[in-house]
Design a protein around this ligand. Structure first.
Ligand SMILES: [Zn+2]
Ligand SMILES: [Zn+2]
Length: 113
């Protein structure tokens, strides 16, 4: 009756468990459990949590870079279209003056007649 309630550490069968990991729900001794961001986790769950957090931060960095690239593309498109509009205006006026100058040029008119 005395031995039933005594829980042992998963890693150390000879040691008495002092805490239970909330992630894997296994019992561990004081040495095998670690406090991590307000939670008490076993070493394997701690590693998993740490890996997940590292991956999460890496992903956020990636999405940040994608958003920046998309923003840059949008900016480039705006500048490109504005540049095209600005470039098309003087080209049209140049074209008009070019055709006017051709119509008024003596060599072509003399050749036509
Ligand atoms: Zn665990
Ligand atoms: Zn242990």
């Amino acid at each position: 009756m005395t031995e039933i309630e005594v829980l042992k550490c998963l890693n150390h069968p000879e040691r008495e468990a002092v805490a239970r990991c909330p992630s894997c729900l296994r019992f561990f001794c004081r040495e095998c459990i670690t406090e991590y961001s307000g939670k008490v986790l076993c070493s394997s769950c701690l590693r998993k949590a740490h890996d997940a957090q590292t991956r999460l931060s890496a992903r956020s960095w990636l999405s940040c870079g994608t958003a920046a690239a998309a923003g840059f593309m949008m900016l480039w498109l705006i500048f490109y279209s504005v540049g095209r509009i600005l470039a098309s205006i003087p080209q049209q006026t140049h074209g008009d003056t070019f055709w006017l100058s051709v119509n008024h040029s003596p060599p072509i008119s003399s050749e036509h007649e």
